[in-house]
Design a protein around this ligand. Structure first.
Ligand SMILES: NC(=O)c1ccc[n+]([C@@H]2O[C@H](COP(=O)([O-])OP(=O)(O)OC[C@H]3O[C@@H](n4cnc5c(N)ncnc54)[C@H](O)[C@@H]3O)[C@@H](O)[C@H]2O)c1
Length: 345
């Protein structure tokens, strides 16, 4: 029997339902011991669904942190609570897996990074797109040099809005609880993925955002042009106005060829090479959908547990979560000032 981490879940909303809780049961490195949510209704839902006497339920996460003998927590709350709950848990000596965006500003994110370092605890942001098999394969291909130096990235994540995802989505539309709209909800994934897949930093941005359809104090549409640290460019679209199937693609045009993920068919990575021979390769994987899929079998929790136990090195470092928040902040700044904005690491 492998060693297990004892885990508490803070926030039993939709992402905990489809990702964290089922995958905690699937991992042989995790013992789920407690769940907290301020909604009694959500706790009842899980009492019935899990029917597991070993799990304790709390409406106050502070009580969970005080009473339970746990090693780690998942923080899956509305965005404005990510920093506070993560800091509370880190200060009580717990490892933390926090949902994206890691915080609602980069100062809070820095405080979280520093606190985790001081306390010697693991702090990971759930940049779940890093764990998609497509993206893992694409990273290997890019690192092998097959498509050469990255010149241009085109990426988009759009769907019809959080109201079609979570039954309690009202907070997603309010600036005081979410801070960012589609950009913080969806764009932050692709900002992170640009850094992860290309291995390049984002050094400058020019952007526009708007609110077209939702009754919201945050944006439901955002487009940005980003300059990469090698001089290449990236264009990023994030929105909640995409009808029908979600758009969730990442295309890289390199010096020797192009690699397309989720653009022509959600189950494929397409590779087009023009040098030294013309080549079109396809790698077929399980379809790449998130919000269309009722149950995400992704190894985030399993990996987090192995990192806590010292078995694996983190796929998402604390600074990665912080950089994603910083770039999102700068994209907003650019849209406000109506010009390009530099981004320093
Ligand atoms: N990584 C991903 O791929 C991914 C996907 C979806 C959502 N998320 C993120 O996960 C987080 C949660 O999103 P969701 O879709 O589950 O939202 P949700 O609204 O379904 O769930 C949030 C839950 O937090 C609870 N809550 C609110 N305040 C609380 C408090 N003080 N103490 C305890 N519980 C409290 C609510 O009752 C609700 O059940 C968000 O930050 C979102 O951006 C990440």
């Amino acid at each position: 029997m492998p060693e297990k981490i004892r885990l508490g879940i803070i926030g039993a909303g939709k992402i905990s339902e489809v990702l964290h809780i089922p995958n905690a049961y699937l991992s042989e490195y995790v013992q789920l011991v407690a769940i907290s949510d301020k909604s009694e209704e959500r706790l009842d839902f899980f009492r019935k669904k899990l029917n597991d006497e070993k799990i304790h339920f709390y409406t106050e996460y502070s009580e969970l942190l005080e009473k339970e003998n746990i090693d780690a927590v998942v923080v899956a709350l509305p965005n404005f609570l990510h920093a506070k709950a993560s800091l509370d848990a880190l200060k009580m000596g717990k490892h933390v897996l926090v949902e994206k965006p890691m915080a609602t500003n980069s100062e809070q994110a820095l405080q979280m990074v520093q606190t985790a370092k001081q306390r010697g605890k693991i702090l990971m942001t759930n940049h779940s797109q890093r764990f998609f098999p497509h993206h893992q394969r694409a990273k290997e291909i890019i690192e092998s040099g097959m498509i050469g130096e990255v010149r241009l990235v085109k990426t988009m994540f759009g769907h019809s809005g959080p109201e079609n995802w979570s039954p309690n989505a009202a907070w997603f539309f309010q600036k005081d609880s979410a801070m960012f709209g589609a950009l913080g909800d969806l764009g932050v994934h692709k900002v992170d993925l640009i850094r992860y897949l290309t291995g390049l930093e984002i050094v400058e941005c020019a952007a526009m955002v708007g609110t077209l359809e939702k009754d919201a104090s945050v944006e439901d549409i955002a487009s940005a042009v980003l300059r990469l640290s090698n001089g290449g460019l990236a264009t990023l679209d994030a929105n909640w106005i995409t009808k029908g199937l979600e758009e969730n693609y990442f295309v890289i045009y390199g010096e020797k060829g192009a690699l397309k993920i989720g653009q022509t068919d959600p189950s494929k990575i397409d590779i087009y090479l023009s040098k030294p021979v013309v080549f079109h390769g396809e790698i077929v994987l399980k379809p790449l959908f998130t919000n269309e899929d009722p149950y995400w079998k992704m190894p985030v929790i399993d990996h987090f547990a192995k990192v806590c136990l010292g078995i694996e090195k983190p796929i998402v470092k604390p600074e990665d979560g912080m950089m994603a928040v910083k770039v999102v902040e700068k994209i907003f700044e650019s849209s406000k000032v109506g010009g390009t904005v530099k981004i320093n690491g």
